[in-house]
Design a protein around this ligand. Sequence first.
Ligand SMILES: [Cu+2]
Length: 237
Amino acid sequence: MKLKRTNRWLVAGVALAVSAAVFGGVAYSQTLDTTNNSTTKGPTITRSSLDLGGVGLMGSSSAMMASSSAMMGSGGERERTITNAGLSTLVSRGKQGASIDQNTNTATYTGRSVTLVALASPHGKPNMTWEIDGLVNPTVVMRPGTQVDVVLVNTDWGYMHGFELTVTPPPYPSMAMAGVTDDFFLMPLPPRTTTDTSSASYYTRSANLIAASGTYHYLCPVPGHAAMGMFGMIVVS
Ligand SMILES: [Cu+2]
């Protein structure tokens, strides 16, 4: 059963409101990390001939439900808060088994089990981008049937960020979530707890999926973020 997008964003809206209340004293937009705010290096987008046409995984905040042939999820979401040291450990785990090509901006996994660590708007990288395995908005390649532990980490200081997988290619409108097929979804997380990166705690959210053949795009579903460059490609072949 599919959680309707509108319902999902109602939930997201409540989450944002709660977060705003909890973090009420913090002026996010005033302290936005604009480190090296240069041109976003996006992936070269090619549409897979295998169009999955909206068949996919419907996630909710508590469970993943698989349907037919696209990304199949298993297990519920997990939430954690990690220290800066924990962040380094997590990034290292993400790089395990990855063949990283800086020239093509591609991370290729050949193993059966992958931890995909997606850092949202990380310090030292262009604003409003993803960092995966040290690359900015890389193309991630993996084999069909790979068990993927997708870990979203909000490394930003300033904005909430979520993670969505879709077969819908860019460009994305400001309200990206209204125009894309939703194949996998991790609800937005608050920014790190303090501006200082070394003493901050970072919010993480993760869930498992099994990669099915196809071309997917990861993006941040928070309004405006995908349009500003928070997207990249995942090729399962
Ligand atoms: Cu975002």
